[in-house]
Design a protein around this ligand. Structure first.
Ligand code: ZN
Length: 455
């Protein structure tokens, strides 16, 4: 321990520093010593010896610990990867080396130090469009199935997801919404969180049905929507060309539900007008929609050129070939690109086929699953695998599975590593090649969810 630090610690112990001076010393040393374990001595002196006189209203004197992550690279939206320490208290990020709070909590009586040497810390991944995995299908899953799913998927670094219900009868959809809501309320700690429901259908155009059962499709009207309306529905895929006078589009926009065009034959003009009336997103761009044509540009062209529209992308290298993903990144502002898994119940399941969308879906080669007509049925990858396939190609790919999703959904308390945000984090080992960090996205080394370390 260096002399200076020792002296400060002595002064703290002997009550010879007032709180203002303490705070300034703390800030100075914290900034100077970041990445160095000496800072821990200071933090512990301040927080644990109880000599700290700062009050912190939101963190009253409950017995609780804090976690300090040292020596790692932290991913942030502007600086990409930077060496930083993180201080986590309860479920939140209390401080980063770059951003210290004005006041510190009192009453901390335990602490946990995580050494993140050789690791990159990223926000937990967020999947807004996912039909299942491990054999679980959100169209039929029970509460127990959903809880088990949450406990399993979090191990891949996905800390929040939006269970996605595909086209089914009104009664079936209502029942599944009820079950997902019940599961959401009792998902145990250290599991991936459910933050809402994504409805893919039933208001689709049967011409681009994909694997959705056309017998259950309904006209997109406000009256039909009201039959299934629920505050947990955050995104709806529908065919805007069937929405008369954009009545449903307007209703969804006013209800804070993301209106997303998909399984659609809409023209560019319809998408442009729909966007003027509240359409915010296009569902899995290029898949299940009118193809791009130079004399009939359609939904795809408008989605690429309209700055008000977010686009979902299944960047698994099968639903979209590499050149098309390149095209999307060249044409579209990257902050409007959202990676989704569109993961199927067959993903990570020990079975070779499953009934999905009332038809048999078979596992073709572990990467692709299709129906009897060879139509793609969704992906066989979770978001971590999608990032693995894209990290070398696009600088912003991690944002497409974290911050961009939150920007789209209007969430501002997770999805980024910054002071005050919920501490949902994934820590990945990395290899350095050509001065760039290549993260091992196969599985995170550690996951922290709401400030708690996953065992
Ligand atoms: Zn889907």
């Amino acid at each position: 321990m260096d002399k200076n630090l020792k002296k400060i610690l002595e002064n703290i112990k002997n009550n010879q520093m007032n709180s203002k001076k303490l705070k300034n010393e703390f800030k100075k040393i914290y900034q100077k010593e970041q990445g160095n374990n000496k800072i821990l001595a200071v933090i512990l002196s301040l927080l644990i010896l109880g000599k700290c006189e700062f009050s912190y209203e939101n963190f009253v004197k409950e017995n609780s610990g804090c976690t300090i992550i040292v020596n790692g690279y932290v991913f942030s939206s502007n600086k990409q990867y930077a060496k930083q320490n993180l201080l986590i208290y309860k479920d939140k990020i209390l401080a980063t080396s770059e951003d210290l709070p004005d006041e510190l909590p009192q009453g901390i009586n335990s602490f946990n130090i995580i050494d993140a040497t050789d690791m990159v810390i990223t926000p937990g991944l967020i999947d807004q469009h996912i039909h299942g995995g491990f054999g679980v299908d959100f169209n039929y899953a029970s509460e127990e199935d959903i809880i088990e799913f949450s406990q399993k998927i979090v191990k891949y670094g996905i800390t929040t997801y939006y269970p996605t219900i595909m086209t089914a009868s009104i009664d079936e959809i209502k029942e599944q919404i009820k079950i997902i809501n019940q599961a959401k309320a009792i998902v145990p700690i250290c599991s991936a969180k459910i933050d809402g429901i994504n409805l893919e259908g039933p208001f689709l155009n049967s011409k681009y049905k994909g694997i959705h059962p056309s017998s259950s499709m309904l006209k997109p009207t406000v009256d039909n929507y009201k039959k299934i309306e629920d505050p947990e529905i955050k995104i709806i895929t529908y065919a805007p060309e069937l929405d008369e006078n954009f009545e449903l589009t307007k209703y969804l926009a006013n209800s804070n539900v993301i209106a997303s065009a998909g399984h659609t034959s809409a023209s560019s003009e319809i998408i442009r007008l729909a966007a003027d009336n509240g359409l915010k997103q296009v569902t899995h761009l290029f898949n299940a929609m009118l193809p791009l044509h130079h004399r009939n540009p359609g939904v795809i062209a408008e989605a690429l050129i309209n700055d008000n529209i977010f686009v979902e992308v299944i960047a698994d290298g099968h639903h979209l070939q590499r050149e098309i993903i390149d095209l999307i990144f060249k044409a579209k502002d990257s902050s409007k690109i959202i990676f989704i898994s569109d993961s199927l119940p067959l993903n990570k399941a020990d079975i070779n086929s499953v009934t999905f969308g009332r038809q048999k879906i078979i596992n073709k080669n572990k990467e692709v699953a299709v129906n009897a007509d060879n139509v793609f049925a969704g992906s066989m990858s979770f978001l971590n695998v999608i990032l693995k396939k894209n990290q070398n190609n696009y600088k912003h790919s991690l944002l497409c599975a974290t911050k961009n999703v939150c920007d789209n959904l209007g969430i501002n308390n997770y999805g980024e590593i910054k002071r005050g945000n919920i501490a949902d984090l994934a820590m990945w080992k990395y290899a350095k090649q050509d001065k760039t960090l290549h993260l091992d996205f196969n599985k995170p080394d550690k996951v922290i969810i709401s400030g708690k370390m996953l065992n």
